[in-house]
Design a protein around this ligand. Sequence first.
Ligand code: MG
Length: 460
Amino acid sequence: MRREHLLKIGVSGIRGVVGEFLTPALACSFGQAFGSYVGRGRVIVGRDTRATGEMLQHAVQCGLLAAGCEVIDVGVLPTPTIQMYVGATGAHGGIAVTASHNPPEYNALKLFNGHGLFFNHYERTELIDLYHQSDFYQAGNDEIRGIRCDYESPALLHIERVLRHVDAALIRKRRFRVALDGVNGAASVMTPRFLTETLGCRLDAISVDPTKPFPREAEPRPDTLGDLAALVTARGCEIGFAQDPDGDRLAVADENGRVLDNDDVLALAVDAALERLPGDVVVNLTTSSVIDDIAAAHGRKVFRTPVGEANVVEMMQAVNAVIGGEGSNGGIIFPAVHLCRDSFTGMAFLLERMAKTGATVSELAAGLPRYYRKLGKVAFEHGALGTLMQGLEDRFPDAEADRSDGLKLQWPGRWVHVRASNTEPLLRLAAEAREVSAMEDLYGTVTALLLNGQPADRAE
Ligand code: MG
């Protein structure tokens, strides 16, 4: 991996390998910059369970205190829970110390404004400028405030919000047998309570010890969730859930242990939301066309954005969307609960759907319009990106092209999307079609074009 990926300070905040690159001193400076930017006031700080979390949280809090902020330490909590608490408590902002699905040696700061939303592009740019100029507020003795801890209220607030939008009594009545893989992450304590105490499920859980390391690759995908699949079949569970280390992403396994495509999970949530509320849908460019079909069936529109939760959320605000998300990234965003990716809303929606229809998860998934999808990646040489994208566009002059995030080429019933990863020197490739042969053709042709456009041996 190239060096610039080991530490990134930019418009998406700050992320890096802790120790050599992302240091406590840097986190402290960034905390002081953040505190100066949000105008001192109250700032909520929480974290996920990775080993460096507590150290970096202290460092960030030190910087916030130096800028004259009042710090509320909410401890280990899912990112969506922290975001809701920021919005509900009149705080000036919030910081989650989490590198989400990145490997355990990484950590990062997720930054929220006073509404508990990701900083928009304008806010991020201003904060980064302030950080680089070291133009920090330094509180005097009489302005220094303290740290208060609140480890209970945020979770209660979050659960109460979700319960406003599902029929919990109906779910409880079914006493669903549910499997959970919490990756020993930030939701490890909250999710078992939510599923058993709130929703009355009979739970078989693995990896719900927040003091232990991540037992699997952190990103919840079909190829990383073998243990969950085995648990579902061994215990005869009706559904299996898996989260990422900061609890915003959700993956779902059916009663046979087959992990659903995340786009299909989002589609089921979109269908559930459109059934009960008016409004349109926002998803990223890489999300399946299954969402368009579901929205069309309800007479709604779909807006598409570049990949990234902040992009989806900004568009959702602009069009007052009723639901949104990022299919392949396992994110369901339901603004009636909060404008953020939230695995808890997703779990409640799925269980309510099963309770209402009496259908199994595999039956619900089988009821969705069928598309074939393939995701992949191709390593690329620095500087080759422009040529590769232009070559692709020239090869398919009949396609409708969208250049707002890499290149998406679209035809009726099929599309391909190629974009450079924000975190690694890779091109991410997604292809979809109604027929498996058309999808394989498109995927193969585009992969070959990307490989032939640069020196050999770059594929992964
Ligand atoms: Mg996450």
